[in-house]
Ligand binder design. Structure first.
Ligand code: SAH
Length: 391
């Protein structure tokens, strides 16, 4: 898997201050606004920026955003070098300050319940299992807020550059806090390139909007396979939800190229992209997954096609299920207007049976509400699917 090193000099944006604006960072204030910048160079999508004075000397480094008013959220100043290690260290020590482990030596068995909680309670009088473990500027991490509710962490990110460092944030939080899940609450929307003339249908499948949002909430820490990925939109949402890995598969090299661009546009360059026939791929891959999206094109173009289409849906779902570890989730769809929900459910049942898996559906899935269906033309209800739990 290709991983972009956002801290590499070549991957950093260089912002040059207007003359006299050096005083802005003299007192380690972290916010550098667009109005203070004279010129800039380097990759627009950079996660990290170096701020330099008019003579080219570095005066600060921090999280970069191309479009916000706050262009840099500085973390280090002057000669200090901002590395991934700096960032990890800040997160770890911020968490340690809350848990009190920096204040007390931990003697095993000293406290019968949980010594970390106990020391936090005794030193800071916080609710021990619910607390803000990272408080942005207050912990020298401008742009990052993390609240911990027992074994759930809620992460709020206020900067596009930091958004790209999610895998790292995910990694640190999971190491430092015994978590069941991470909820990513971000105000920064995901972005997609839409090209109506060359794209499929109108250029993007808007009907899957809500199902992608659902995918985002299910993805944390999971290994995700996105079959029939087209624009890679499900993959981007999964990556935004903190997936451990994302693999997109489509038979069209052009579609895979668009998927790659859409991941890059959102800073998720570490996903993988495979040009392959999904039917072959699910038979051959040695990888295992715990969240799978299967959104093929309509296999039944007409009523007469239904038997053949049903065999196609069964085949792909059967082999997809075999790739899943117990506890995995799967979103599986049919967008054939001729395939009824009832028949699709039977097909999935028969795939599960042949795959030897016990499967329950958690939710039925449909098109988003901006795709109303006329009661007088029920054929308009083409998109149907299930959120499955595969045991
Ligand atoms: N899931 C996508 C939409 C998929 S459209 C989204 O969220 O936008 C169907 C896609 O399946 C197309 O991109 C098409 O290129 C691809 N496709 C068609 N037959 C395929 C096959 N046999 N193997 C893999 N991909 C296939």
């Amino acid at each position: 898997m290709r991983v972009v090193d956002f801290f590499e000099p070549a991957n950093r944006r260089i912002l040059t201050l207007k003359p006299g604006k050096e005083r802005l960072v003299a007192n380690r204030h972290p916010w550098i606004f667009a109005g203070a910048i004279a010129r800039e160079s380097g990759p627009e999508e950079a996660a990290i920026a170096d701020l330099v004075d008019p003579r080219g000397r570095r005066v600060a480094s921090g999280f970069h955003s191309l479009h916000s008013q706050i262009r840099v959220r500085a973390l280090t100043f002057g000669d200090e070098v901002l590395t991934e290690e700096t960032l990890r260290e800040r997160m770890v020590s911020s968490i340690a300050r809350r848990l009190g482990s920096g204040l007390k030596s931990k003697v095993p068995g000293e406290h019968p319940s949980n010594d970390r909680h106990f020391s936090a309670l005794s030193t800071l009088d916080l609710t021990p299992n619910a607390m803000r473990v990272i408080n942005a500027e207050g912990d020298e991490l401008s742009g990052l807020t993390v609240d911990r509710y027992d074994d759930l962490a809620v992460v709020e990110i206020a900067n596009a550059g930091l958004e790209q460092l999610r895998p790292m944030i995910n990694d640190v939080l999971r190491r430092e806090l015994a978590l069941r899940g991470i909820w990513w609450k971000n105000d920064i929307g995901l972005r997609f390139r839409v090209d109506p003339p060359s794209g499929q249908k109108t250029g993007f499948f808007l009907d899957q909007r809500e199902n992608r949002a659902l995918t985002r909430t299910l993805a944390s820490g999971r290994r995700v396979l996105n079959l029939f990925s087209y624009s890679g939109a499900f993959g981007v949402y999964a990556a935004a939800g903190g997936a451990a890995s994302v693999e997109n598969v489509d038979i069209s090299a052009g579609a895979i190229e668009v998927a790659r661009q859409n991941h890059a546009l959102n800073g998720f360059d570490d996903a993988s992209f495979v040009v392959a026939d999904a039917f072959d791929y699910v038979r051959k891959t040695a990888s295992r997954f715990d969240l799978l999206i299967c959104d093929p094109p309509a296999f039944a173009k007409s009523r007469g096609d239904i038997d053949r289409a049903a065999r196609g849906y069964k085949d792909i779902n059967l082999f997809a299920m075999k790739l899943l570890d117990p506890g995995a989730r799967m979103l599986t769809f049919s967008c054939s207007g001729h395939m009824s929900l009832d028949l699709f459910q039977k097909v999935i049942f028969s795939a599960a049976q042949d795959a030897g898996r016990r499967v329950a559906f958690v939710r039925r899935l449909t098109a988003a509400p901006d795709h109303p269906v006329s009661l007088f033309c029920p054929e308009g209800e083409y998109l149907k699917g299930f959120l499955l739990e595969v045991r």
